[in-house]
Ligand binder design. Structure first.
Ligand SMILES: NC(=O)c1ccc[n+]([C@@H]2O[C@H](COP(=O)([O-])OP(=O)(O)OC[C@H]3O[C@@H](n4cnc5c(N)ncnc54)[C@H](OP(=O)(O)O)[C@@H]3O)[C@@H](O)[C@H]2O)c1
Length: 322
């Protein structure tokens, strides 16, 4: 295998460039003068950034069918894998999505096997391992295992809720607080969560690429504060200058019922809300801070992260899907 360190002439592939995290990562990599290639299903979605940066290459394809993957991987040094399937109106498609994501990751690893790809950097979900893991977080873990099973060295980052405009989890929080001064909530709102600002996620993603010592490692990433969803709702309200929300918990609201309730009161479809809520059944907290030894950053406090998100464009995903 060649060097894990990146040289100025090396090219880096971004998969998921049209997504919430991937879309925001592109300008950060451009700032660092990293030569990019994007693997997208619809090239029309990246015209804005490619018009401004003529060196960015765009390859069209699809991970699930495998179309275009081999061509996109040719001559690539490192690849970001920022992909998942989630959504729709039905809450009963989680297994189908997990299956699709598994196929996508296996196709990617198989195509990478014949190429010179040295590194993969993957952002997955934080969650307790074992039987209590939700189906969605289980799928995130499975993808990490598949991506670590190939020839390239994989770096796995695991994050809980990411705070940034357009992120599905953040948009759910935003809609709930904006729309409901009084809430009757299920008990998952008191699980412990370690949210992270999108700014900090991007710093870690870029940092991992630039630091070859992170190759082959798994890191939990999170902000300084461990909060409950209830705390997050109140801090959001404070950052927005709203009155404190009146929140009552009841024992009988299951993740399924909660997802239908979120669908009813916000534009977040139940098929998106369900895996997010299920993921909060258990605590989602970093088990260590090892990442600090490799990429020391000043972590953004939760309320500041919310204020930044509020100052950004308002519309995000989470619209009711098909
Ligand atoms: N958002 C959060 O709060 C959060 C928290 C923790 C971890 N994460 C992790 O971060 C990663 C990225 O999440 P995100 O929020 O950025 O997701 P996202 O906004 O839904 O973006 C997903 C990306 O995956 C691409 N994709 C899906 N299926 C594909 C396929 N078959 N072939 C090629 N591309 C495909 C999508 O392309 P299209 O645009 O063509 O659909 C899109 O670019 C995920 O692994 C997620 O688990 C996110």
């Amino acid at each position: 295998m060649g060097s894990l360190g990146l040289s100025p002439e090396d090219r880096v592939l971004v998969i998921g460039a049209t997504g919430f995290v991937g879309g925001r990562l592109l300008p950060e990599l451009v700032k660092k003068k990293i030569r990019l290639r994007l693997f997208v299903r619809d090239p029309a979605r990246v015209v804005e950034i490619t018009a401004l940066n003529k060196d960015i290459e765009v390859f069209q394809g699809d991970l699930v069918s495998g179309m275009g993957l081999k061509e996109a991987l040719r001559g690539i040094h490192s690849a970001y894998y920022l992909v998942h399937s989630i959504g729709g109106k039905s809450v009963f498609r989680n297994a189908e999505y997990a299956e699709r994501d598994g196929t996508a990751a296996r196709n990617f690893i198989s195509a990478a096997g014949d190429e010179e790809l040295r590194r993969i950097i993957y952002l997955g979900g934080l969650g307790e391992k074992g039987d209590n893991l939700s189906e969605y977080l289980g799928s995130r873990e499975e993808i990490a295992a598949i991506l670590s099973s190939g020839k390239p060295s994989a770096t796995i980052l695991r994050a809980a809720i990411i705070i940034g405009a357009g992120g599905t989890s953040f948009e759910m929080l935003r809609y709930l607080v904006e729309r409901l001064p009084v809430m009757v909530c299920p008990k998952w709102i008191d699980s412990r969560i370690q949210p992270i600002a999108i700014k900090d996620v991007l710093a870690y993603l870029v940092g991992c690429l630039l630091n070859p010592l992170t190759a082959g490692e798994t890191f939990d990433i999170g902000g300084e504060e461990i909060l409950t969803y209830r705390d997050m709702m109140q801090l959001y309200a404070e950052a927005r200058g709203l009155t404190r929300r009146l929140i009552f918990t009841v024992p009988f609201l299951t993740p399924l019922l909660s997802a239908y309730w979120v669908d009813l009161v916000t534009p977040i479809a139940s098929g998106i809300a369900h895996p997010l809520i299920e993921g909060l059944k258990n605590d989602v907290v970093c088990k260590d801070n090892c990442i600090d030894e490799f990429i020391p950053i000043e972590k953004t406090p939760f309320k500041e992260a919310v204020s930044i998100a509020l100052s950004e464009k308002k519309e995000g995903p989470g619209v009711k899907g098909s």
